[in-house]
Design a protein around this ligand. Structure first.
Ligand SMILES: [Fe+2]
Ligand SMILES: [Fe+2]
Length: 449
């Protein structure tokens, strides 16, 4: 029978990673509790090992937990995770680092139980494929093993298993996101399985009438990730891509109407920890809708087209942003020496590629493909320009202005400031001096910020 350990930790990521890896490498079954009360209630059981994180908020959790077991289970080994407890590095306990250093964890536990390296399970390490963590939020079970990156080294990444196939701790994903985890990893060969399951779940969840507008916004981001992942894998419009993106686009158009002011939409996106591409597409959609309401040639009929265009316009940049999460603005992707030549080719051609993709979409809103192609102000869709001219379609100009406005907002926010309309509009007028663009910028004077 396999050995059992009780692990006190309020950090679910640590709990999941320790549990999955100790099970895999040394056949130790780990149960986690997240409070001292939970620990005390369970401490009596037949445990072979206790593990405790050193501190929970301000409390010396390891010391307290050790106090609880000292009476009955005196001889059971006790591991303290982290250096901050009074017990850390004393002879009474075994102390390990408070990070996700799996190698030393496994080595320590193997040492305690005198398990030889030969007896340790040999685990094949698959090639890891990044998946935005939000894709896991609606999964009931994982169709394959799931991993987390345990170091920050992009050149030599290390991974640890976080869940076995089947097990998923969907209720803790928010905590994972709060801890700054943007991606989980799956074996490259299994990536389609995950996308398939996520795709079905998102479509079903969107029909839930009880979703709040913020939840809907979050769900739509997952839909966006699914579509992007599908198209990255195979840049052809499949029936499934049509179904899910149509559904999402309809809902985007609806949900942004529920946000009376830009500020509330910004807050909703920030609360969901939305990533840049989705964040800026949704904000730009919101702003474009305002413009076409007030510009002389505009009208309600443009809404669907705008949502459609902004949903797809940067879709080919998604895998690049996934690989280089340190970048934000599209120009940054060109002027750096990290991207490979091939990746830069995609960046330069992303508008043209997206335009071609959209063209193959059934019943595409009229002219949407041309607007997608022109969204950086270049009629061919290749490259970026600083000289914004009149040879692009009027709606493309609206989108260009909206995206520029959004980038200004994001820049101000990133610097810790509050967006100021007058300053933003002044900078836009300087950047887009032509008359037709100025007219669009003028309509933003009454944008409800
Ligand atoms: Fe773009
Ligand atoms: Fe964009």
């Amino acid at each position: 029978m396999s050995r059992k350990a009780l692990f006190l930790t309020d950090n679910n990521v640590l709990g999941d990673v320790f549990a999955a890896n100790l099970k895999a490498y040394v056949d130790l079954h780990v149960e986690t509790v997240d409070s001292l009360e939970g620990f005390e209630a369970n401490a009596k059981g037949p445990w072979d090992l206790f593990i405790s994180i050193s501190m929970i908020t301000e409390q010396d959790a390891a010391k307290e937990a050790y106090g609880i077991v000292k009476g009955g289970n005196k001889d059971t080994p006790f591991i303290v995770v982290g250096q901050k407890s009074e017990l850390s590095n004393t002879s009474e306990v075994v102390t390990i680092a408070g990070n996700l250093d799996i190698k030393s964890l496994v080595k320590t536990v193997a040492g305690i139980f005198k398990i030889s390296a030969k007896d340790m399970m040999s685990i094949e390490v698959p090639e890891h494929f990044p998946m935005p963590i939000k894709l896991f939020q609606y999964l009931d079970s994982a169709p394959c093993d799931v991993f987390v990156q345990t170091n920050k080294n992009a050149k030599a990444p290390e991974f640890a298993k976080v869940w076995e196939k089947g097990v998923i701790r969907r209720h803790v994903i928010k905590e994972y996101i709060d801890r700054g985890i943007e991606f989980l990893f799956v074996p490259a060969a299994d990536r389609l399985k995950v996308i398939n399951v996520a795709s079905t779940q998102v479509v079903e969840a969107l029909d839930n009438p009880e979703l709040s507008k913020e939840e809907k916004l979050d769900l739509l981001e997952q839909g966006f990730e699914v579509v992007a992942a599908r198209l990255t894998d195979n840049p052809k419009v499949s029936a499934e891509v049509v179904t899910i993106s149509k559904k999402c686009i309809e809902q985007v158009t609806e949900v942004i109407k529920e946000f009376p002011k830009l500020k509330s939409l910004l807050a909703g996106l920030a609360e969901n920890k939305s990533r840049y591409l989705y964040f800026h597409s949704i904000l730009a959609t919101y702003i474009c809708n305002h413009v076409v309401k007030y510009i002389s040639w505009g009208g309600e009929g443009h809404s669907e087209k705008i949502s459609f265009v902004l949903y797809f316009h940067d879709i080919f940049l998604v895998p690049i942003y996934n690989k280089y999460p340190q970048f934000k603005f599209e120009e940054e992707l060109v002027f750096n020496n990290l991207l490979t030549d091939k990746e830069k080719e995609v960046v330069v051609g992303h508008a043209r590629m997206a335009g071609e993709l959209v063209k193959t979409f059934p019943r595409v809103p009229m002219g949407a493909d041309a607007i997608v192609t022109q969204h950086h102000g270049v009629t061919s869709g290749s490259g970026f320009t600083l000289d914004y001219r009149d040879d692009v379609s009027p709606l493309a100009k609206v989108i260009i202005i909206a995206e520029a406005f959004v980038d200004e907002i994001i820049t101000v926010k990133d610097d810790g400031g509050t967006p100021d309309r007058t300053a933003i509009l002044a900078s836009l007028r300087a950047k887009f001096p032509r008359h037709t663009y100025i007219k669009i910028i003028d309509t933003l004077e009454n944008l409800p910020i």
